[in-house]
Design a protein around this ligand. Structure first.
Ligand code: PAF
Length: 282
């Protein structure tokens, strides 16, 4: 496995693989890897010849009062996990490599970035879209892999790839969950024992609604109410919404199109997000 820190070196290493007609898979991350990231790497290894993982804590997607400076980092551990998982290249640029002096050009997503997390994290998806677009241009992968936990991010990136004619297939990999079904996230490490227990309310609420949906419930308000009953133990429920999977606009009763039940909530000082997809059978 190669660890590369500059775009010039990355281009050079990838040229070799491209000449050999290798299919390049890309897993963008902010490091502090967990089993969710490893599932993305595994999917890439299954579908591509060469897997590139980027590790970059992207400053432009953090708001002024968010956890950029304390975001968990452990590069050596990440490198080992990547090596053991069969990654070919770890791309770990310094901030200056991505955002050189006088940087001023951003990718501005549209309506998809406005609801859900976008309503509470102004500028977040602009930062995500910008860095993902830049990383796509640097790596030029055939396929890129994202986790379903970041449902809105997936929608924004998929739209960006279409709108900007990026010839990259976007693959969404199902959320990996800890015991108790808490969605894996690098931020879970902030949770103490008691917070961990209370955080389980999120997946409990989502799955309770999904079970009622499987039993035939198609009323949007009722499905939301079922999930909400479980969410009383979280400290601040930012949003609990059932949205259309394509538009992210509020889903309409009776549900007959794929919809995502999405939660953003604080448990203690930790902001967690999760979702389940409700897919009506034709
Ligand atoms: O999902 C993440 O870890 C980040 O938002 C991403 C896609 C790596 C961009 O910084």
């Amino acid at each position: 496995m190669q660890t590369i820190t500059t775009v010039a070196e990355l281009r050079c290493a990838l040229t070799e693989h491209r000449r050999a007609d290798k299919r390049i898979g890309f897993v963008p991350t902010m490091g502090y890897l967990h089993d969710g990231h490893l599932a993305l790497i595994e999917a890439s290894r299954a579908q591509c010849d060469v897997t590139v993982v980027s590790i970059f804590v992207n400053p432009t997607q953090f708001g002024p009062n968010e956890d950029l400076s304390t975001y968990p980092r452990d590069f050596q551990r990440d490198e080992k996990l990547c090596r053991d998982a069969g990654v070919a290249i770890v791309f770990a640029p310094a901030s200056q490599e991505i955002y050189p002096d006088r940087f001023e050009t951003f990718v501005e997503p549209g309506e998809l970035a406005k609801p859900l997390c976008g309503a509470f994290r102004p500028g977040h998806f602009r930062g995500v879209a910008t860095v993902v677009c830049k990383l796509f241009n640097m790596v030029q992968p055939d396929v890129a892999f994202f986790g379903q936990k970041d449902f809105q991010q997936c929608a924004v990136v998929r739209r960006m790839a279409i709108d900007l004619n990026l010839l990259i297939k976007i693959v969404i990999v199902p959320t990996v969950r800890e015991a108790g079904r808490l969605a894996m996230s690098s931020r879970n490490r902030y949770l103490n024992g008691e917070d961990q227990r209370r955080a389980l309310a999120i997946s409990r609420g989502l799955f309770a609604a999904a079970e009622e949906f499987a039993l035939g419930e198609r009323n949007v308000d009722k499905l939301i109410a079922i999930a909400k009953r479980h969410l009383e133990t979280v400290d601040q429920l930012q949003y609990l919404e059932l949205v259309d999977c394509d538009t992210l606009k509020p889903a309409v009763s009776p549900l007959h199109r794929a919809a995502a039940l999405c939660v953003g909530a604080y448990v203690g000082a930790t902001r967690l997000i999760d979702n389940v997809i409700l897919q009506p059978t034709p």
